[in-house]
Design a protein around this ligand. Sequence first.
Ligand SMILES: CC(C)(COP(=O)(O)OP(=O)(O)OC[C@H]1O[C@@H](n2cnc3c(N)ncnc32)[C@H](O)[C@@H]1OP(=O)(O)O)[C@@H](O)C(=O)NCCC(=O)NCCS
Length: 155
Amino acid sequence: MNKGIVRPMLISDLEVILEIERISFTTPWSLESFKAELKDNEYARYHCLELDSQVIGYMGLWFILDEGHITNIAITPNYRGQHWGEFLMRTVMEKMMSQGMERITLEVRVSNSQALSLYKRLGFATAGVRKGYYADTGEDAIIMWAELVRGVNVT
Ligand SMILES: CC(C)(COP(=O)(O)OP(=O)(O)OC[C@H]1O[C@@H](n2cnc3c(N)ncnc32)[C@H](O)[C@@H]1OP(=O)(O)O)[C@@H](O)C(=O)NCCC(=O)NCCS
């Protein structure tokens, strides 16, 4: 398997990122939303996954005090199911741990079995449900947390 590279997202990546975003989510973020995150949000940490000089995925989070709040993660469809999402998350979580992050959270649609499987593999556990969280379908969100201090998730 070729080696993936995880690096900070740049404004120049946004054209490709938006393509992946639009095919991955029913309510995709706009170019302006991504730009605001990269330029104006001091808590935002956005990373790209590059393979053979091509961006195939990305992950964003807010790093507040010792907590991470994942805002989005996506892998371009042709590369899904090959554990690139796992590689991206593990790499970003390791990097954030080295900067003092102790726990990390996310919300996921109850129907998103592939994402749920990935998160459980990484040590995320269900902490609650937000009823009707997703405005487009009224679907519930599962709230998940992972403790990073024990180091079990990222080894
Ligand atoms: C969620 C997502 C980032 C996972 O990335 P990935 O690289 O596919 O993740 P992995 O390969 O590590 O794990 C995906 C799981 O789905 C399974 N899977 C099988 N076929 C698959 C396919 N065609 N696409 C995706 N996942 C597939 C994998 O085998 C794995 O399950 P397992 O734990 O039983 O082995 C990716 O599917 C994606 O971009 N989805 C659309 C955006 C999205 O839903 N983001 C999450 C929002 S909370």
